[in-house]
Design a protein around this ligand. Structure first.
Ligand code: ADP
Ligand code: MG
Length: 296
């Protein structure tokens, strides 16, 4: 590539809202074989809403929702914001919280102050409940159904007793379906890497025509998932927005951050999509192919 063609290509990319942080990115993108994407905040808006709340017998909706929202008010996770919003919408007063713990990739735990003393609240994925020794089979069929609708099922336990199964749904970004279709048009494979439930991830992948799904990945596991895809497919682009995407962005041949995501993701990336529009990914790859073809 001549310096001039690289400069022209970089300028053209900027016009498309694609910021190339490293000069080599434009050359490397041409060799892309597989595009791996994070789900929450990358394919989806990252602003889930609470859609379902089923109670175990002996538990009432208002106190359960108030208690879990009080705990989630301490968490920064998008799921947490959905639950807090639902409690606010219902006008519930949130109890006082102590000893909040964030169990990465699993869920959250805290003590809340109730009418009859403190209660221990635990909220998270089914694997978290199993780790606590709780049996979720009573809700398993309903949770699987919700997952197949693309919703994320979660569980809440109060003082070590399963109290509720809830679900959140995160709307798709309007630009996502066309961006995935454009990547396929370029002859590329598309993979999704997510910490979310596997039924949920598969439902969303099916809806978008995504070729491969790696689900229920723990926060440290995204790098390993990227390495495995590099071994099986070759040159890989990873697209993500979150703090826990930074190592995968660094491991990828080209890391692309959503500009509206966290600073830590942007810092780890080679390319930044200024508008947060995933459509910038196929545009950047096509531009790389055109730029490099010009000077070949
Ligand atoms: P992702 O960014 O793909 O959602 P995370 O590692 O942040 O991956 O979360 C994985 C899973 O852990 C979530 O889908 C959820 O089941 C559970 N989880 C994480 N944080 C919370 C939270 N604050 N409340 C409830 N569940 C949570
Ligand atoms: Mg994300």
């Amino acid at each position: 590539a001549t310096p001039t063609s690289i400069m022209v290509g970089t300028g053209r990319a900027a016009q498309l809202g694609v910021l190339l942080r490293k000069g080599e990115a434009l050359q490397q993108l041409k060799a892309t074989r597989v595009v791996a994407v994070d789900k929450t905040g990358t394919l989806t808006l990252g602003r889930p809403v609470l859609t379902d709340l089923a109670l175990a017998s002996g538990f009432d909706r208002a106190p359960v929702l108030a208690a879990i929202a009080a705990v989630e008010a301490q968490s920064e996770h998008p799921i947490a914001r959905a639950i807090v919003q639902a409690a606010e919408d219902e006008g519930l007063a949130l109890p006082t919280v102590a000893q909040f713990e964030n169990l990465s990739g699993m869920g959250v735990r805290a003590q809340v102050q109730g009418h009859h003393g403190g209660q221990r609240i635990e909220i998270g994925a089914d694997r978290f409940m199993r780790q606590l020794g709780l049996d979720v089979t009573a809700f398993a069929a309903a949770a699987e159904q919700l997952g197949q609708e693309g919703k994320t099922p979660l569980y809440a336990a109060i003082d070590g007793q399963l109290a509720a199964m809830l679900a959140v749904a995160d709307p798709m970004k309007p630009s996502t379906p066309a961006a995935i279709a454009a990547l396929h048009q370029l002859g590329l494979k598309v993979a999704m890497i997510t910490g979310d439930n596997r039924h949920t991830a598969q439902a969303i992948a099916r809806q978008l025509g995504i070729d491969e799904v790696v689900a229920e990945v723990l926060p440290g596991g995204k790098v390993e998932a990227v390495q495995r895809l590099q071994q099986s497919h070759g040159t890989l682009v990873f697209v993500g927005d979150g703090i826990n995407d930074a190592p995968a962005l660094a491991q990828a041949d080209v890391g692309i951050a959503i500009g509206t995501g966290t600073d830590i993701a942007v810092e780890a990336a080679d390319v930044v999509l200024m508008s947060g529009d995933l459509g910038g990914v196929p545009k950047a790859i096509a531009l790389s192919q055109a730029t490099m073809a010009n000077i070949a």
